[in-house]
Design a protein around this ligand. Structure first.
Ligand SMILES: [Zn+2]
Length: 425
């Protein structure tokens, strides 16, 4: 889907990511802000403010700020927020400005108790999610911007749009075609759709197929130098597989983009195995989120969409991992019912092959293998394909073995650049 029809001249406010100024919004006043003199707000001490870039425009009490005023920053000790039932941000010093719920640390101060870190973010709504103080203690941090606010890199902090929102070419979060179409910034949000996915709860854990007569033989930890050969063999056999890919594990995902495109274009399923193959229950919330979003961004660039299926590395997850995955549009956490132990060097190829030979085929299996091992691709895969043919077992994608339409294997389907600059691991 493209947006060639977009009339930019007709959408100046939307292009800038700003809400149109209406009589109602002009008249809307922050609660209690009128007549308040410039002084530190009552309450917890203000955190250290970030140093804003040179050229920043500062505005005073009761003035519009942030996305409501071309990115203007509130002057010292003032906070920039949606103060009270308004569509615009105003500078002020009350709890409505500086406290929990509305304060936006991108464009002013926030009380310490106004801080909401990524670990506490809920993504079920877009208006009340995250704001944060921009302390200087977290270099290279990634945080989630509030709906309608700025995205991109600001004062060394990477601001990503809330789930389901796009970062416009003018660096504002939103869901209009002006945000999600031409110039949309894939590094800071999704692109290419104005009807983004919303979380439908935690990802569901699945260990077996449901469709009669099917089996899903899957491969983890790639892409790597043997992935293309794997796909060629499955194509020649007329079977389908599912690749659970990492971003940066055995190799950088961008180095094997052509193999992934080849797999995708020939009907195999591409799913996430997270970016760096970490122990998901043991990492910080912000790192956990990036384990999903970085793979999403890479696959969006490589195959034009990002997946809804993932497999946690080592099979390790917990309720928070599954909830976080769900918040990023992942519907299924795929485990396995058969492990060939192809990664164990002490196990002979005959033993690995016997895993398949001895299967209880009354069970609709999901089988685990790894296409990063040469012997898996050169010896085990040919054996599996012949075994399946000889025994009338239909090898399909995980999505197909669960009876789910291929349109649901991916999210964020839309128009994307075939490649973007600065793609690296
Ligand atoms: Zn793995």
């Amino acid at each position: 889907m493209r947006y060639a029809h977009l009339d930019f001249a007709a959408l100046p406010s939307a292009i800038a990511g700003q809400r149109p100024i209406t009589a109602a919004s002009v008249n809307a006043k922050p609660n209690g802000a009128l007549g308040v003199t410039l002084k530190p707000p009552a309450g917890p001490p203000l955190p250290k403010r970030p140093s804003f870039p040179s050229g920043t425009v500062y505005v005073g009490n009761n003035k519009k700020c942030g996305p409501s005023n071309n990115g203007a920053v509130c002057s010292a000790n003032l906070c920039c927020a949606y103060p009270l039932n308004t569509a615009d941000h105003y500078c002020g010093s009350t709890a409505k400005h500086c406290g929990v719920g509305r304060c936006n640390g991108q464009f002013g101060s926030c009380w310490a108790n106004g801080t909401v870190t990524a670990t506490a973010t809920t993504r079920t709504t877009t208006k009340t999610t995250t704001k944060t103080t921009t302390t200087s203690s977290a270099p290279a941090a990634t945080r989630t911007a509030v709906s309608g606010d700025k995205c991109g890199v600001i004062s060394g902090i990477t601001w990503k749009c809330p789930i389901g929102e796009c970062c416009s070419q003018y660096n504002y979060c939103g869901t209009t075609t002006a945000h999600c179409g031409t110039g949309c910034r894939t590094s800071f949000g999704q692109c290419g759709t104005s009807s983004p996915p919303t979380s439908s709860g935690p990802a569901k854990v699945i260990e077996r197929c449901t469709q009669a007569g099917t089996m899903a033989v899957t491969f983890d930890d790639g892409p790597f130098e043997y992935t293309q050969s794997l796909i060629n063999q499955f194509n020649a056999a007329g079977f389908k597989t599912t690749l659970f890919v990492n971003g940066n594990n055995w190799g950088c995902i961008y180095s094997y983009a052509s193999a992934l495109r080849s797999a995708f274009q020939s009907g195999h399923q591409i799913a996430s195995h997270t970016w760096s193959h970490s122990h998901l229950p043991e990492i910080s919330q912000s790192t956990l989120e990036s384990e999903f979003t970085k793979v999403d961004a890479a696959l969006k660039n490589i195959i034009g969409r990002s997946p809804t299926y993932f497999r946690p590395p080592f099979g390790e997850s917990n309720s928070n991992v599954l909830a976080t995955a769900g918040n990023f549009g992942y519907t299924k956490s795929i485990l396995w019912s058969v492990d060939s132990f192809d990664y164990e060097e002490g196990r002979s190829m005959a033993q690995k092959q016997a895993t398949y030979e001895n299967l209880d085929r009354s069970i609709k299996h999901i089988a685990l293998n790894h296409d990063v091992h040469e012997t898996t691709v050169t010896q085990l895969v040919p054996y599996i394909l012949k075994w399946a043919k000889d025994n009338g077992v239909k090898l399909v994608t995980v999505g197909e073995c669960l009876g789910e339409a291929s349109s649901k294997w991916y999210k964020d389907v839309g128009s994307f650049p075939a490649s973007s600059p600065n793609l690296s691991c």
